[in-house]
Ligand binder design. Structure first.
Ligand SMILES: [Zn+2]
Length: 151
């Protein structure tokens, strides 16, 4: 389901995502704003991790960086959402939410909407392609990463 402009998956009016005040996830959100997927990686042991943390969860090093990853993924799990959890999506359900693994980044997982008909069959293990959804006109511009069945 798209809004009347056809450029967002869910209707306008949902709260905008914002990085935590401590800035930990700011590079991730800034990347999405630029239609780039940035995932945190340890400089010491090369472990990928998402969501961001202050230290590497594998070796406890503090030296972490952000690397761009192609938005190609594999569906690990999914849900068809029927209950509108916010007033602006009353009437916009059902919609699909997918938990997607990124093989390029050691299978870290991200949550996003799965584009297309809400009644489409969803197959765990199938490949998906990231689709950046730009909200440049928002009070604080932001981007989202949605997913679409790979062709
Ligand atoms: Zn590490």
């Amino acid at each position: 389901m798209n809004d009347e402009n056809g450029d967002t998956y869910l209707p306008f009016g949902l709260p905008s995502p914002v990085p935590e005040q401590d800035g930990l996830s700011s590079p991730f959100w800034e990347g999405l704003r630029q239609s780039r997927l940035l995932i945190q990686r340890c400089n010491h042991c090369n472990t990928w991790q998402h969501p961001a943390e202050w230290i590497c969860h594998a070796c406890h090093a503090f030296e972490l960086s952000w690397e761009e990853v192609e938005p190609h993924g594999v569906i690990y799990s999914w849900a068809r959402v029927w209950h509108p959890a916010h007033p602006v999506i009353v009437g916009a359900t059902p919609y699909l939410v997918a938990l997607v693994e990124l093989p390029q980044a050691c299978n870290v997982r991200l949550v996003g909407n799965l584009l297309g008909p809400a009644t489409q069959p969803v197959i765990i293990g199938s490949t998906v392609q990231g689709v950046f959804e730009c909200h440049a006109d928002a009070q604080t511009p932001y981007g989202l990463l949605q997913w679409s069945a790979a062709k």
